[in-house]
Design a protein around this ligand. Sequence first.
Ligand SMILES: [Zn+2]
Length: 293
Amino acid sequence: METQSDEGGPTGFVFYKPLLLLLVLMACAKTTRRNDINNITQPQPSTAKTGEKTPPPTRKKKKKKIYLTFDDGPNKGTRKVLDIVQQEQVPVTFFLIGEHAFASTSQRATWDSLRIEESIELCNHSHTHAWHNRYNKFYEQPDSVVNDFKRCQDSLGLSNTISRTPGRNIWRVDTLRYTDLSKSAAAADSLQQAGFTIIGWDLEWHYDHKNFTLKNGADALLGQIDSLFAANKTRVPEHLVLLAHDQVYDDANDSAELHQLIKKLKARDEYELLVTSKFPGAKPRKEGSATAD
Ligand SMILES: [Zn+2]
């Protein structure tokens, strides 16, 4: 009814009708344009632009690396350390003295046990431990030092050339060169030239040299580890080498402290335990005459 009345209505109304239609059409066109603009300017997912995958919302933080190293075995404490390492299944490194491996029946048996454990790494700590701790005389003769390390390498049949100098905190790792006492530098350079990589330490778990007992417990040591990392005082940032001595852990209280330390380190998400061949720049098999095979 209304349509009919429109067609047959007054002239004024007929005049306004196309105008109204035009306004409606213009409004529609405007809306369409706005939608087009919106389509263009809407942010596109990065995959659509680059074809690359969008990174995950939370990235995993890189872990700080800790290298637990035990010197002077095989000796009375080595078996205790090995038991804990096997229980906790952690990678650690033993720096062995060549002549200790064959010094007694029990040391020979410990050496046999070390050789078959896969989570550990066995490295060179010289054959005679600097001619039985005569450090100054020992390091005065670079050729003798090299021969002593080669003798250990050959007698133990070690599969890598990573070494630690007895009584000296020396580093010869790729570009990292550090010698605590300069009189030992020539001997250390000779070792490196002969193909040995030398790893020192950032932190020592100190013990009383009279009775071979620890000076501080696991919690105190963990605090020291945290502090060194926090102050960025390790030789290579984010990497810490801890020096410990097997013999200390023959004592039940001290081996319990070691066990606690390892458990606590495992529980800390920001830390990862590794063997020393994983240390940056360490070349476990360098070209040279050091390897036995
Ligand atoms: Zn030593």
